[in-house]
Design a binder for this molecule. Structure first.
Ligand code: SF4
Length: 265
């Protein structure tokens, strides 16, 4: 089944890349001269980029409204704070080149940013490894950035099993096809990637997690993350799953993935 999936995804990848190469001038909404809307910069992280000393850049805005989102200020326009100029972030990266190894581009949803391609090119010119955190809603742009060699690692959120995706992402009636397409692209194995699910008692049952295992069977890495109330959530009244329940889920998920583990528990 994986071989059939690989073939299908490779065809998709080539088609998307060809479209973009031949017609690029904002095919996916990006603009060469647009600046990134950056809401935050964490100058040092040993956790966000596996195996690398990195910083994290937080892009502003998101097309999902996950009730358990712990960065509501990055997502909700009414809680938005002043952006950091992109030029300040580039100046910081220029100064730290050779000291930091990687940049984790997180959010919000970075793939909504019109200036993302130009921004990533600047980061790569400075010699950094780049990790992208994404909700997987823009597979075409994801594929093109991968094809251009602008991404070295991708961490994609898996909100839930497809039948509960809209509910869990807080977008009633959402089309799950782009998310499924992004997962297939990553499973081509061109660059290292991980899938991860933040487990919230009100949204995830053990059966949901096993369904995710069946969906993404054969993936490189899949992590379950404990839900933590950051005090900046989109919704209230949510609870983490019991640690024993998470440990049990991990045992059930092990047969589906090369590597699977708990995080933040
Ligand atoms: S958790 Fe991620 S995808 Fe969901 S609203 Fe927050 S930033 Fe967007």
């Amino acid at each position: 089944m994986l071989r059939a999936l690989d073939f299908k995804v490779k065809i998709l990848y080539v088609v998307l890349a060809t479209i973009e190469t031949t017609t690029y001038t904002g095919k996916f909404g990006e603009k060469e001269d647009a600046s990134m809307k950056i809401a935050g910069l964490q100058k040092l992280t040993l956790l966000d980029y596996p195996g690398k000393v990195a910083c994290t850049v937080f892009a502003s805005g998101c097309n999902f409204r996950c009730p358990f989102c712990h960065n509501a200020a990055l997502v909700l326009p009414e809680r938005k704070q002043a952006d950091i100029p992109e030029s300040d972030v580039i100046a910081f990266l220029r100064k730290r080149a050779g000291l930091l190894e990687g940049v984790c581009l997180s959010g919000g949803e970075p793939l909504l940013q019109q200036g993302i391609r130009a921004f990533l090119r600047r980061i790569k010119e400075l010699g950094y490894f780049v990790k992208l955190d994404t909700n997987g809603s823009r597979p075409e742009l994801l594929g093109c950035l991968m094809e251009e060699g602008l991404l070295d690692y991708v961490a994609m959120d898996i909100k839930n099993t497809p039948s509960k995706y809209a509910l869990t992402a807080g977008v009633p009636g959402m089309d799950t096809a782009p998310v499924i397409q992004s997962a297939e692209l990553l499973m081509c194995g061109r660059i290292p990637y991980e899938f991860r699910t933040t487990v919230v008692r009100e949204f995830h049952t053990r059966d949901d997690l096993v369904d995710i295992g069946r969906w993404l069977k054969g993936a490189q890495r899949y992590f379950l993350q404990g839900f933590v109330d950051s005090g900046d959530l989109i919704a209230s009244g949510l609870h983490p799953a019991e640690p024993e329940e998470l440990a049990r889920a991990i045992q059930l998920l092990k047969p589906f993935f090369n590597e699977t583990a708990l995080r933040g528990v």
